[in-house]
Design a protein around this ligand. Sequence first.
Ligand code: ATP
Ligand code: MG
Ligand code: MG
Length: 434
Amino acid sequence: SYRKGGYHAVRVGDSFAGGLYIAQRKLGWGQFSTVWLAFDTRSSRYVALKIQKSAPQFVQAAVHEIQVLSAIANGDPSNAKCVVRLVDHFKHAGPNGQHLCMVLEFLGDSLLRLIKYNRYKGLELNKVREICKCILTGLDYLHRELGIIHTDLKPENILLYSTINPTKDPTRSGVTPILERPEGNANGGATINIIEKKLKQRARRAVARISERRASMGGMGAPPKPDRCLDGIDLRCKVVDFGNACLADKPFAEEIQTRQYRAPEVILQSGYSFPVDMWSFACTAFELATGEMMFTPKSGQGFNEDEDHLALMMEVLGKIPRKIATSGARSKDYFDRYGDLKRIRRLKYRPLDRLLVDKFNFSDTDAREFAKFLCPLLDFEPDKRPTAQQCLQHPWLNVENLTQDEVKSESSVEKMNVGMTNLQIKVEWQCPKN
Ligand code: ATP
Ligand code: MG
Ligand code: MG
């Protein structure tokens, strides 16, 4: 893909926007872009530089993403709505063409990596609650205030970050959690190490290089050194990747969402709106708590992936109401007129709370409470799903709101204690802010 119209090849130390941004290391990539950690020499902060492929369709996609991200930034001046912030954008000419570049606030690892580093065992429920609150805050903002549907919500598109409690040290903020591989970690739990040693070293070297450069340019003062901090961390996350986002009143794609997080109305093509994000959110919450995807459809003999997907949904959530099953443009392909699947006849029904107990070893209480939170979000009728705003009020998200009995139940108390000690925060490196 590093050819005309494709990615722009970057080397450590490359400069962008006339020396404003210096590339430090590659953070990730996607179908559209490569993303680099860069040092912003103007604000002396680290940023994520998303460098889009240069072919016209990618340029157009970047223009769209910049528009969406600008609306997001304009509506949230205090940057508190759990959605990634666009800081700047510019064009960069390279051997493969003209690349649109987005400068984004630098965030940490994705929830997918968090799940992976936790060895696909599922996170402690109190962590899941905190993460859910962040995602819902982001969705509520996008849906209610901006009218934007994300359309590709999934663990990969939610990135961790953290802030230091400002009352502890008001001069420090903007730290970023990067997870460390759990190799050699006997108990296998995800140890949340706030930044990789390698990155710290590289950052130090980068800062040293920039220092030298500045000194040779007549001295603009040495940039601050990456710092270490050990406490007062409050883990948060933000929603990213707005390349597929759309306005609810101007949906442009028929097939949206990554397969496993796709809502039934998208499969059936009965039209979609904000509730598709709520469906993906529920699938994401399930995956965080169990370590496994909620639905992993596969085609088989005599049925395709869509049909298997619908069957899997009905096995946990019950039969799709006939009215819903038969209302989409694709309904006739999959359902008979009674609302039964044509090609998959025998379904093994196992409700969500049973699944959580039998397969994932949840306690009865935890399973019941979590299922009560998730099931309304997985209503086959999109309009019946709670909105992000309503969901934020759900008692499951707030332990304090649980009844005394529930709080006292052994499993909750035990899990809460584990929650406190599980989070081993070792080292933190911070991006100094101006
Ligand atoms: P996709 O094919 O998923 O649409 P894309 O080309 O649009 O990919 P993104 O998903 O936006 O690119 O970013 C690619 C990867 O870069 C992410 O998965 C993540 O690892 C990393 N990344 C993106 N934004 C940031 C950020 N603000 N801070 C840190 N890392 C980031
Ligand atoms: Mg992505
Ligand atoms: Mg994208």
